[in-house]
Design a protein around this ligand. Structure first.
Ligand SMILES: Nc1ncnc2c1ncn2[C@@H]1O[C@H](COP(=O)(O)OP(=O)(O)OP(=O)(O)O)[C@@H](O)[C@H]1O
Ligand SMILES: [Mg+2]
Length: 329
């Protein structure tokens, strides 16, 4: 049975529909990521669940109870916003305790729970500081502690890591995942970073223009995109129309196909004749742009040694495994 059930949710701003029939089911303790391009409606969906904006129709059931008629503070939901606004005139301790004060939790219990929440985000020594005395990453951790301390039934995280550098981002996302698993917290995490979605999630909901276009685990989304949008958004698929695909593969292909760049092998015996157009170094991977039979393709190769590098203009053969070719709508 699902813990959070969203049924036929409809939301417009004035005459502009943002989404019209969102349906999804999320299990207790599940970590779900909403992934999609800017403007597709991710934040709006979270704000509807949290009750920060009204809905125009549909139901949001949490543990069987419809949230739609409830005020935000009655919903038992913790939220970290895309722009994590801390109260500047309050210390870290006071910021985190704020939600408990609203719930009229007693002083002693509040102090204990704030201490636990700060320890969880490794900020125990920072309780007396003010937000302007913290780094961006520390502020985001305070925002996280502030949402955890009220022991929400559901945690909504709207790009909580977007302002951080790559190293802290990686560290903090691991912390979030660990805390979420330790507390068994049902969580919806919004990002437009596909890598983040792939590493963190039990399940990913891929959104585009107000619709959930595909949902599944990381492997499903990565290896079996349902359509050209999904293939374009996750991984760096080569998308070919039927004509180009037929020319490249030398046999009739009926529709559009997608080929992942790392599933094309360069060199070896036999295969399709091709020429290197250019390459770029992505750290551990070299991404080649090659041309074969008038079709341009991206090919990713693990960067093992400088001796493996192919120069622009070099002629080469490439091989594409049959099971790496996916038809997409
Ligand atoms: N208060 C509002 N009034 C009118 N339109 C709005 C309002 N808030 C958001 N929108 C519009 O709703 C659409 C969805 O916005 P939303 O903030 O949900 O996108 P998002 O997927 O979170 O994007 P991003 O990744 O950039 O944060 C956008 O086209 C946006 O312009
Ligand atoms: Mg947003």
């Amino acid at each position: 049975m699902s813990f959070l059930s969203i049924q036929n949710l409809h939301k417009s701003y004035g005459a502009t529909p943002i989404f019209s029939d969102i349906d999804c089911e999320i299990g207790q303790g599940e970590f779900v990521t909403l992934l999609g391009p800017s403007g597709c409606g991710k934040s709006t969906l979270l704000r509807c669940i949290a009750g920060l904006t009204g809905v125009n129709g549909g139901r949001i059931l949490l543990g069987g109870q419809d949230l739609v008629p409830l005020a935000p503070q009655k919903r038992g939901i913790g939220m970290v916003f895309q722009s994590y606004a801390l109260f500047p005139n309050m210390t870290v301790q006071q910021n985190v305790a704020f939600g408990l004060r609203m719930q009229q939790v007693g002083k002693a219990e509040s102090a204990q729970r704030v201490g636990e929440a700060l320890a969880m985000v490794e900020l125990g020594d920072f309780a007396a500081r003010y937000p302007h005395q913290l780094s961006g990453g520390q502020c985001q951790r305070v925002a996280l502690a502030r949402s955890l301390v009220t022991r929400p039934r559901l945690l909504l995280l709207d790009e909580p890591l977007s302002a951080l550098d790559a190293r802290i981002r990686k560290h903090l996302r691991e912390q979030i995942r660990a805390i979420q698993q330790e507390l068994g917290l049902t969580t919806i995490f919004v990002t437009h970073d596909q890598e983040e979605a792939l590493v963190l999630s039990d399940r990913i909901f891929l959104m585009n223009a107000g619709k959930i276009v595909q949902s599944g685990n990381a492997e499903t989304l990565y290896t079996a995109p349902v359509d050209a949008f999904a293939a374009g958004f996750i991984g760096n698929y080569n998308l070919l129309d039927a004509e180009a695909a037929s020319r490249l593969l030398g046999r009739p292909i009926g529709g559009r196909i997608a080929i992942r760049p790392e599933s094309i092998r360069l060199g070896g015996q036999g295969g399709i004749e091709a020429q290197i157009r250019s390459h770029s170094l992505l750290g551990n991977v070299i991404r080649y742009r090659v041309e074969a039979r008038g079709v341009e393709l991206l090919v990713d190769v693990l960067n093992r040694s400088a001796a493996d590098m192919h120069a622009s203009g070099q002629r080469i053969v490439l091989n594409i495994e049959a099971n790496a070719i996916r038809e997409v709508a």
